[in-house]
Design a protein around this ligand. Structure first.
Ligand code: BEZ
Length: 253
């Protein structure tokens, strides 16, 4: 996953974001992987779902732009390689390209779609899920407002691409894919820790202009503005996730 100012620490990711792969079951189901298929896991992170596909008998290659995450995936015994999703260099070798919770970090989206298209054999499928239109809107607004109070343009620091169904289907179709399924799925997601852990893991790009010493107070301020909206009476925090889930087929010829 390519994003300036965003890095991935496998231990912190496991602590703060294991739910991301735990919630991947529906998109794996949509992929319907068959034993023996050669599958590319695009933005595989620490390989939790890549391993699941390998255990289903697939011949899987995982790619991710984060070297520490790829090292973690390799420790699971996976074929995992450091590569940018916007510059995939595979040529007609996969039965399917799969992706969970990664494509929203990759811009421009058409470069990703082009690379996926090239990587697929004729009749191959592209099946994935990532952040869709409106994803983490409440959190994003709170970050941008807190930056605005410091005279910083937070919109310019937004690393994410969260498309509508219309936008993403049009891009897939323009490249030649037949879109078999696409939907926006609101999914408020309980967090394993206070929202601080989520912000530290995922919102680094917004904090890049702040001195390291200023970040804890910034995060506490954002947390308190979000508390009335995203924390329930029992102290459980939620992220206002919206997913876009899709399956698209490359034609036979
Ligand atoms: C995700 O991992 O799904 C995600 C990360 C950052 C923002 C929204 C979603």
């Amino acid at each position: 996953m390519t994003t300036t100012n965003q890095s991935w620490d496998p231990d912190a990711y496991a602590r703060n974001a294991r739910f991301v792969s735990d919630l991947g079951a529906p998109v794996v189901e949509l992929l319907a992987p068959q034993a023996g298929e050669r599958i590319l896991d695009l933005g595989c992170g620490d390989g939790a779902l890549t391993l699941k596909l390998a255990n289903m008998g697939c011949d899987v290659v995982g790619v991710d732009s984060s070297a520490p995450q790829i090292e973690a995936a390799r420790r699971l015994g996976l074929d995992a390689r450091v590569a940018d999703g916007e510059r995939l260099a595979f040529d007609a070798e996969f039965d399917a390209v799969f992706s969970n919770a990664a494509i929203h970090w990759m811009k421009p989206p058409d470069d990703v779609i082009d690379g996926v298209w090239r990587a697929l054999r004729p009749s191959g499928r592209f099946v994935g899920e990532f952040g869709g239109h409106g994803c983490v809107e409440t959190i994003k607004r709170a970050l941008i407002e807190a930056l605005g109070r410091r005279g910083i343009d937070g919109d310019a620091l937004n690393p994410w691409y969260f498309p509508t169904v219309e936008d993403y289907s049009a891009r897939l179709a323009r490249r030649g894919f037949a879109v078999r399924y696409i939907a926006l799925i609101p999914r408020p997601t309980p967090l394993p820790t206070e929202i601080n852990g989520w912000l530290e893991t995922f919102a680094q790009s917004f904090m890049a202009p702040l001195a390291t010493s200023a970040r804890p107070a910034f995060i506490d301020e954002v947390r308190e503005t979000l508390r009335p909206k995203l924390c329930d009476a029992g102290g459980q925090w939620f992220a206002d996730y919206v997913r876009i889930r899709f399956a698209a087929d490359k034609p036979h010829h």
